[in-house]
Design a protein around this ligand. Structure first.
Ligand SMILES: [Zn+2]
Ligand SMILES: [Zn+2]
Length: 341
């Protein structure tokens, strides 16, 4: 029997369509494997082509030698650093000149690199760049919200093969983020606790939707997950802003994120995916009612007419079976087997 489930945090309903349900392994992508080369002389992100990108914002290591991670402004930025964030109100119309920051984080010099297969220490370097840029931009009074995200593969919206993530800092808070923060505040006012901390506690007790648990993070499938294998990673310590992550937590998040991505990579044959860090807007840093998280969304299904018309998603894999499947993808064993081939 299909089931309607409500996302407690957003109040959105999803249809868990068990009649159309597919076994998790049937969701694996079946296309030719990507086989990029380690170096592409035409790629603007490959080593040696640094002069093609706009002037660098930061790099790791910072000493100017060979780099592990670089951050550069996006050459085709959605928002401009040079615009003025002045609000114009005319009758019913509101506008702001397109001010904002749009950076690219080049995750590795290796054109063929894949986060899922990288050493944890290298993933941690990318996360350190996220934190540094995130905190710098939150200090800019013109910035209201910073979104960190990664698009992997054509179905996830990327055309550039070289592994990279992006950051967009905007002078406004989107309606969706504002709604979610308000919902979280309403819950805090009513129950006196963070709704995400409460959810994490309940999920740890029930265990059936947990994918992995570390000292500092928990990865799980949401009870009302809108899409198959969409996996959320939450810090176990209450933290509203990603910018408050500690050095030890970055190391742990690198391992957790890399393992979740590797489970998807090996279990579903390198699906296209997006991930994004949802963090409190800069004016709400440190609040007790919001809790940041990282959301990984494999692009295994397409948004169709029903979703567009109703705003309601149909998920054909139950969150419980998705969690069970991912728990049982033994990443270290898969890596060892791949190395033998
Ligand atoms: Zn490249
Ligand atoms: Zn919390």
């Amino acid at each position: 029997m299909p089931e309607l489930r409500q996302n407690f945090a957003t109040k959105e309903w999803v249809i868990i369509a068990t009649e159309r349900a597919k076994r998790p392994e049937e969701m694996a992508t079946h296309r030719a494997p990507r086989n990029p080369v380690s170096f592409n002389p035409k790629c603007p992100f490959c080593p040696g082509n640094e002069s093609i990108t706009p002037p660098e914002v930061m790099r790791i290591p910072a000493d100017g030698g060979a780099w592990n991670v670089r951050v550069v402004p996006n050459k085709f930025a959605a928002l401009s650093r040079d615009a003025q964030p002045k609000r114009v109100i005319h009758r019913q119309r509101r506008s702001i000149e397109g001010f904002g920051v749009h950076d690219v984080i080049i995750e590795t010099p290796d054109h063929a690199g894949v986060l899922a297969l990288m050493p944890d220490a290298e993933v941690a370097n990318t996360l350190r760049c996220y934190k540094s840029r995130y905190n710098d931009l939150c200090l800019d009074h013109r910035i209201a919200h910073v979104t960190l995200f990664k698009n992997h593969g054509a179905d996830a919206g990327t055309s550039l093969e070289h592994p990279h993530s992006q950051l967009i800092a905007s002078p406004v808070i989107s309606y969706q983020i504002r709604q979610r923060v308000h919902e979280a505040l309403r819950h805090y006012d009513e129950f006196g606790e963070c709704m995400f901390c409460q959810m994490i506690e309940e999920e740890l007790e029930e265990k059936q939707r947990i994918v992995m648990l570390t000292d500092h993070f928990v990865a799980l499938e949401l009870y009302a997950s809108p899409a198959p294998f969409s996996t959320h990673i939450y810090p176990r310590r209450h933290m509203a802003s990603f910018g408050d992550i500690s050095a030890a937590e970055i190391t742990d998040l690198a391992r957790t994120l890399r393992t979740v991505l590797a489970k998807l990579y090996h279990g579903l044959q390198d699906p296209d995916f997006n991930y994004t860090i949802r963090s409190a807007p800069s004016e709400w840093v440190g609040v007790k009612y919001f809790h940041w998280y990282l959301s990984v969304i494999p692009r295994l299904t397409r948004v169709a007419g029903f979703e567009l018309g109703s705003g309601m998603f149909i998920n054909t894999v139950t969150p419980e079976s998705a969690a069970d499947f991912l728990r049982n993808v033994k990443v270290e064993a898969a890596v060892a087997a791949a190395e033998k081939v």
